[in-house]
Every structure is written in structure tokens, then in C-alpha cells.
Design a binder for this molecule. Structure first.
Ligand code: ZN
Length: 392
């Protein structure tokens, strides 16, 4: 986890954004001001202030009316939007999503694009910055009123350096620091955090983990992430890799995992592994070339025996992995989120059975296993909520 607020890139647009922010800060602090007063308070020239106010007015951030000051005609500028807009950016493996939130973390607007995020980290960041600007423009909110940005990444992030860990769904992002890269593009303070850690924040506040203080939140996708809350606090570990449950070893003779070990939990529940279990001639997607995990899930929900088998076995393996965590952490709630969670009881019932076999009776007594309430929005919602913390 990292926050960088010190650097300001030297580009023209970054300079303009910094000047906009100075004008907005004065309006926020002192209320309605004439343009001449704004120029005095910010140290900017009258022409610059006039230019910036025109932009803020076009974006719906301020209103302008004619007035008089000391007997001379003047233009009074008033901030329209409450301060403290926040932005969430979600880097999923195959798409980028952006949400705009208010100072309470409520979602005001959102945008998403399909994108091969894994292929190239700096390009994905440029695309995310563009999508953020597009979403703000669509919501008529000026970039200058945004207080903070939180980015969700499907991999561990080192708390000291902000670098993405070497083993994640985004191998080409290893060592990359998404927060400073996005910050340089947007000229806003950016924090990057693991997707499962953000998901557990959201589920505790708004979703399936409300009222629970010891939570394990699973995010199932290409990998298996877990966000851990113990005694009401997010547990990240020394290097930010706590909750990398996907690499719990289940079968020493199993498939080789991308981490180099064999038979990790991920090789039983990761999307790529599940799709590989389908026979070549198994027509799940009904004619389309590429079968996706949601084809498997919807076929299973319709009763397809092969798809049901794949999901049930994934549930059993997941239950074995979670049992180990439950014995270690004694959670009161386990929340299952991510693509595979859409299978509902087809996944959760076998998962519950194998959890019961592997978990100490005393750890089971208060343990509730539930599906995510926020679905794929959980990391995005958690990012908005986390971004509002910087306002307080
Ligand atoms: Zn592994």
C-alpha cells in the first residue's frame, strides 16, 4: 500500500490541473469569491483565473454571476459541488472499471471497458487515466475536485514500496508500482491495494460481512485471493501477501502451478484450470469459439452434468483450503466472491461439506459461509470507501 503526494509532473495539463485545484481549494475554504479575489488568493494572473473558471464552469463545478465589488463590475464564482469526490479504478484481468463516488463513498457514476490489462502495465495505467477522465466528464465533475483515487489490483502489493508481487494474475506487472504511475497521469493522490483486501472492506460495510469482525473474503478468478479482517482490522502481513490462499498445497502430485509448486489450491479452482477440464468437444458455449467461465456456471445452473462436476470439485478443493485458514484464524464469516461464486449453492454446498471435514469443531461453531452480496463490484466499492478515508 502506498500513497505518493509529493510529485508533480511538469506537463502543461498537470500544471493546469494543479492551478485548477488551487482555485477550487480557495472556493472550498472561503466560499464565493470574485475572480480578482481568486487571483490574489492563488497568486495566479487574472487571465489564468478567468481561463480556469471558464473550464470549471463548463464542467459544472462552479457557477459564475455578475456582481459589483467596490463599485466596479466583477464576476462572483461559487463552488457548486460539495468537496471530496473520490475515484475508484479496478484493474481486472480482462477489463478496466472506474467509479466516481461522493465523500461518503456512494457511487455516482461508472464506466468500464474490455481491456487486456495483463499484457502491459504502463499502457493499462494510461487507459485507466483516460477512462477516469471520461467518467468524470460524463458525470460533469471536474478533475480538480477529486480528493483521492484508490486502484484495485488482482495481486499482492508490498506496503513499503507499492510494487506488485511476483506471483499474481498479472505476471507482467511484477515489480510495477501502479499508484505512482497513475498519479503521474492524473496529478491526484493515488493509493493501490489488493482487490480482495478492498472487497472485504466493502462487504463489511455494505454487503455479506456486515456485523462480522473476523472475516475471510475470497475472490475467485484466474487466481484465488483472500482479504483477511481480524478483530475488525485488515490483516495485510509484512509484505502485503497475507491471504495468498491460492498457493496452499493440496496435492503433491497435482498440476504444476505458476508459483512453481505442485497441486496448489489455484490449480483446482483458478479459471484457466477449470476451463482446461472441459473436453475439447464439449459444446458449452453453444457454437461460440471461446468458452468462458460464466458459460460453465450458467450451464451448471441449467443442469449440465459436466459443468456441475467441475464446480462441485472446485467447491470441495476450496473447502479444504479454507478449512486450513479457519483453523488458523477462527473467522466468524467466510464470504465467497468472484466469477465462480455466481454458481451459488452448486459451489457452496460441496465447499461447506469439505470445510466441515477439515475444520476444528470449535472453529466451526460460529463460522458462517455465505456468498458475496456485492459480486464483481466489491473491489470497486471497497476502493471508493477506502478513498473517502483520506478525506477525514
Ligand atoms: Zn501455486
Amino acid at each position: 500500500m502506498v500513497t505518493d503526494t509529493g510529485t508533480t509532473p511538469g506537463s502543461q495539463s498537470a500544471l493546469r490541473q494543479a492551478n485548477e485545484r488551487r482555485v477550487v481549494d480557495v472556493l472550498r475554504r472561503d466560499g464565493t469569491q470574485t475572480q480578482a479575489e481568486l487571483a490574489r488568493a492563488t497568486g495566479l494572473s487574472a487571465a489564468s483565473v478567468s481561463n480556469i473558471v471558464r473550464g470549471l464552469r463548463a464542467a459544472g463545478t462552479v457557477s459564475v454571476r455578475n456582481t459589483s465589488s467596490n463599485g466596479r463590475r466583477a464576476r462572483a464564482v461559487t463552488l457548486l459541488r460539495p468537496p471530496g469526490t473520490v475515484v475508484a479504478v479496478d484493474f481486472a484481468v480482462d477489463q478496466i472499471r472506474v467509479a466516481i463516488g461522493d465523500s461518503e463513498g456512494n457511487m455516482l457514476a461508472r464506466e468500464a471497458i474490455a481491456y487486456e490489462v495483463a499484457a502491459d502495465a504502463p499502457r493499462a495505467v494510461r487507459r485507466a487515466a483516460w477512462l477516469t477522465e471520461t467518467a468524470l466528464l460524463g458525470a460533469r465533475i471536474d478533475l480538480g475536485t477529486v480528493a483521492s483515487v484508490v486502484a484495485s489490483v488482482p495481486g499482492p502489493i508490498a506496503p513499503d514500496t507499492g510494487a506488485v508481487g511476483p506471483i499474481s494474475c498479472l505476471p507482467r506487472w511484477a515489480g510495477f508500482r501502479p499508484a505512482p504511475a497513475l498519479q503521474e497521469r492524473l496529478a491526484l493522490p493515488v493509493l493501490a491495494e489488493n482487490d480482495a483486501n478492498l472487497a472485504v472492506v466493502a462487504e463489511r460495510r455494505l454487503g455479506a460481512a456486515q456485523g462480522a469482525d473476523h472475516v475471510i473474503q475470497l475472490v475467485l478468478g484466474e487466481g484465488v485471493g483472500a482479504g483477511i479482517v481480524m478483530s475488525g482490522r485488515l490483516f495485510q502481513g509484512a509484505g502485503g501477501t497475507a491471504g495468498e490462499i491460492g498457493h496452499i498445497g493440496l496435492d503433491p502430485r497435482g498440476q504444476v502451478c505458476r508459483c512453481g509448486n505442485r497441486g496448489c489450491l489455484e490449480t483446482f479452482v483458478g479459471t484457466g484450470y477449470l476451463l482446461n477440464m472441459l473436453p475439447r468437444n464439449y459444446d458449452l458455449a453453444q457454437g461460440t469459439d471461446r468458452v468462458r467461465l460464466n458459460d460453465v456456471v450458467s450451464s451448471a445452473l441449467r443442469g449440465d452434468p459436466g459443468a456441475r462436476r467441475i464446480i462441485a470439485e472446485a467447491g470441495t478443493a476450496l473447502g479444504q483450503g479454507v478449512a486450513i485458514m479457519a483453523n488458523l484464524f477462527n473467522p466468524d464469516r467466510v464470504v465467497v466472491g468472484g466469477d465462480l461464486a455466481e454458481a451459488g449453492s452448486l459451489l457452496l454446498d460441496p465447499m461447506r461439506r469439505s470445510m466441515e471435514l477439515g475444520t476444528l469443531g470449535s472453529a466451526l461453531a460460529q463460522l458462517e459461509l455465505v456468498a458475496s452480496a456485492l459480486g464483481e463490484d466489491a473491489p470497486l466499492r471497497g476502493a471508493l470507501l477506502t478513498a473517502t478515508h483520506s478525506l477525514r
